[in-house]
Design a protein around this ligand. Structure first.
Ligand code: ATP
Length: 254
């Protein structure tokens, strides 16, 4: 059996008195494309933020690409050293709702900054790869522009190229189109769709775009109150959901 690339093992995450994940268990195999759907506040983004090591958790263990880190006896601090966390982070890229590009850097600089600083790539090599990645997202001709000169959809495509430049094993997307004008959503989803179909990258997506989730996912997980209430192939979840909560949720948005 294929070993999981990601394993949440009995992870509990609290914010004060609010328990967001309660003994959460979740495996993702290498190359799998998994979409998390569910009501607002059900804990989907928290899963991504924990994977990105942006959030400590109180109990359980996270395994990622053969490394792991643990709970801190309920205190919710990272037990791992900063160096260990950095090492885990190099395996994970994240694309946020709000692009988060460096406004004072050109598009190409945004893409090459982390590979040169963190991975130690030479500038020429990083730039060459950066231009290739910008070509892949359809933006090589904008390499010398600044983010403020781009549309939201273009900025998000740069953010995707920037995440890929670190050669992550896992790419996380947290509602990547929810900050975009409706007419710009399609171009970003198109880039992600191509990535999903053409690369063996492991991808986890939180999205409210159900048609898109159906097209790109190997597995769809319906989240409710910090647990996976139902999961399966997209055609099963969207066409024949079994759980009442899933039916209710899909009925309210489709
Ligand atoms: N920094 C924080 N401090 C306190 N509570 C938080 C914090 N971040 C998230 N929460 C709470 O944790 C719960 C889960 O949030 P999360 O963002 O993971 O939900 P979500 O399913 O991604 O929702 P949405 O679809 O609206 O983005 C929510 O009740 C939220 O209010």
């Amino acid at each position: 059996m294929t070993q999981p690339l990601i394993r949440f093992q009995d992870v509990t995450k609290r914010y004060g008195h609010l328990t967001v994940l309660d003994n959460f268990c979740f495996d993702v195999t290498p190359g799998e494309k998994v979409t998390l759907i569910g009501p607002s506040g059900s804990g989907k983004s928290t899963v991504l933020r924990i994977l990105m090591t942006l959030e400590p958790f109180q109990e359980g263990t996270l395994h990622l690409a053969g490394m792991s880190y643990h709970q801190d006896n309920g205190r919710g601090r990272f037990l791992a050293s900063e160096a260990h966390l950095r090492q885990i982070r190099t395996h994970v890229g994240m694309v946020f709702q709000s692009f988060n590009l460096f406004p004072h850097m050109t598009v190409l600089r945004n893409v090459v900054e982390a590979p040169t600083r963190v991975l130690g790539l030479g500038r020429a090599e990083a730039e060459c790869r950066g231009v290739d990645l910008l070509r892949m997202v359809g933006l090589s001709e904008k390499k010398d522009y600044y983010p403020s000169q781009l549309s939201g959809g273009q900025q998000q495509r740069v953010a995707i190229a920037r995440a890929l430049a670190m050669r992550p094993r896992v790419l996380l997307f947290d509602e990547p189109t929810s900050a975009l004008d409706p007419q710009l959503v399609g171009e970003v989803l198109g880039v992600i769709r191509d990535l999903a179909h053409e690369h063996d990258l492991t991808m986890l997506l939180v999205t409210h775009e159900m048609r898109f989730a159906r097209e790109v996912s190997d597995r769809v997980c319906f989240f409710d109150k910090g647990r996976i209430c139902e999961q399966g192939k997209p055609e099963d979840i969207f066409s024949a959901p079994k759980e009442d909560r899933t039916k209710e949720f899909l009925g309210s948005i489709l």
